[in-house]
Write a protein of this length. Sequence first.
Length: 846
Amino acid sequence: MRLQTDWRFSLRFLLLLLSFCYGRSDTITSTNFIKDPATIASNGSTFKLGFFSPLNSTRRYVGIWLNNISVQTIVWVANRDSPLNDTSGIFTISKDGNLVVLDGNDTVLWSSNVSSPLVNTSAQILDTGNLILQDAVSGFVIWESFQHPSNVFLYSMKLITNKDMNSKDKVQLTSWKNPSDPSTGNFLFGLDVQYLPELVIWNGRNPYWRSGPWNGNTFIGRPEMTDIYLSGYNLVIGDNTYTLSTPYRSVDMQEYEFLSLSSQGNWEQKYWDAKEAQLKNYWSALGTQCDFYGACGTAGICDVKASPVCSCIKGFKPKHEEEWNKGNWSRGCVRKTPLNCTHNSNNATAEAADGFFKLETIKLPFLEQWSNASYYEDECRQECFTNCSCTAYAFEKGIGCMLWRRDDLIDIQKFESGGADLYLRMAYADLDHTTNQVKDKKRIIIAIVLPGTFIIFITIAIYFWWRLKTHKHEKKTSIKSSKKGKILKCTRDDDTIGDEIELEELPLYDFEELAIATNNFDLSNQLGQGGFGPVYKGKLLNGQEIAIKRLSRTSNQGYEEFITEVKVISKLQHRNLVQLLGCCIEGEEKMLIYEYMANGSLDAMIFDSSKQSILDWKKRFNIIDGIARGLLYLHRDSRLKIIHRDLKASNILLDKNLNPKISDFGTARIFGGDEVEANTIRVVGTYGYMSPEYALEGQFSEKSDVFSFGVLLLEIICGRRNTKFHEHEHGTSLVGYAWKLWVENNLIPLIEPTIHELCFQPEILRCIHVGLLCIQEFVDDRPHVSTIISMLNSEIIDLPSPKRPGFVGKSHKSDMESSEQNLDKYSTNSVTYSVNSGTPTAITPR
């Protein structure tokens, strides 16, 4: 009996010992080790540590991976260059206190290799994904995996580079050789601080991609990296080191984010979408041909919107014309005319002197010379002008003066917005010859006109001073403006409202300038009429075409829209958002000036049978995709989180190339950092596009815009308005008709005949499927915009079946007609009623 008891006790003790060895702790010691295939998890079970085999491989490695997700996501590998060929491996602490990977013969395949380790050490896997080796008594960390990363950059990790670029004391990422082989690949990612700090991907020793220099807030060569900046990435410059750091934040496994360097050399921001059970991309460095380092060679500029994408910058020509014309741009460009710098420093005439040509909104070329942050901008220009070896300069806030001393300007890319301006030294023969002639004429005109102008100015000043004195006791209800440097303040002095807006670098236009541009606001130049007021087309004296929204004096809501639109859109820059060029505030006149959209609004294209054929399926898909990307920027990627609240066809404008631009932010709402939804008693929007929770309960969120996007997507495919659809033979709304066809498994009748081609049918049907997912009745069922983009571009193959849309099967034709009659009291862009269960719900008209 005693022997039986001892045997049971020994068995329990052995099982207890094995439980420590096989994953019931987050700690490794010399006695509590990991034997393949055992694993251990971090305290919060966010990460696992143990042995694994990559996809399509039988080799065994020790690594760290994200726990509780279905896709194998390795974030660190220990023995990446020394794999095991069997399952005999052990991960433990050696006698000298180092972490080691041993094979079945106790041969050390990998070691933490601390030169002066402590004898009594232990290792722990943290919830940050960091594996630390520490003194078991004091807890002092002597080694950590974050200082020896593989190809993944996690939160709380730091990339470190010594000012001595040849120093081995730096933290960088290295790619896998291929997705099945984690051994050291060809690509390296880290900080290059030889001149100005910037992120660089190297292919071997050669640059493969670069971010452009850091200006204290962002890397100016990648303006679209906004979401990464918002995640808290920061560059800290020490006495001898540069450190790219990220803050620690609690891990949300519903949407966990990290950055990785792929085996193909692409720097990608990824996240785990738990709802879709997929690993998805937020952003990637190499999104276009222009993103590759030196795509157009020296003195070439790459523009993804151009065809071909490469061209020589002004004053340069292809070095090898024949090769260039074949699309081989690697040899770049050379100057057409040599610089004649001697004329810049002697008494030669101004006509013979070199000058500067401005390249706007570009990625600055790689800086191989030097920079000086102590100059002001005018001093920077003068320094370059008087130095014969200086071929270009740029001045950037937060960086200072940058100078280039050679013509091999490489890796220049054209952006639609953002970036920086480069001033390129140009020979006189390659400059605009009219410039200097015009200067002489201007001097003569100024000498004649200036005295007369001064007299007129004094007279006008006296008149306005008199006007001001006579009206000083009147109640002020207008918006005032004042300029301090490049800061515009707009305020309304009223008993109940006191708005104050500070806008950076928003130009002020003169009323007279806009009156001239529109032929005194002639009706022939009026583009349309909205709740804000009339919209005019104008042409400035410099030839630029603009669109002007003029606040109607009878519009009560217009003031609120003016304030909201200026607050919101002045802070936004994206290729799929209409650009606000400036504003005009003079007396009772309040106007917003936008870029002119040559092809007008989307509704004029898709709902007009005479124009529908202009938009074939490829153009319509590009419009759908562009709207989605603009919406993603509003929800996730901009400095502000913005809910549009009035997304519809008439608020999508098309430029000359039919690129879509989201417009009309008068009803938009800015959300705080943690705010996901809001409530309002003043529902504003457009009948037929509003989600059920917003129209009936005043609740709105990102998913409200998703609902509107879904309706808009179906309209683009069908070519009919949702709200006018009942006028046809179907007796229901477009949403209801689409759902009816889905249930019947017959979506073909929904497709507008002019775009229905068999080769595009699968893509069109996929888009209809996505549209139905967007208009589902319940908020949680609708996908996020990032997921929508992945669905549209087939990055997500299997789409879930949509559930019943909102506002379907509950309203009757008579109710719809009643609502339409009320709707017609206002413009077609206005809102009056929404219908649910046959009951009209009052909504504030726009």
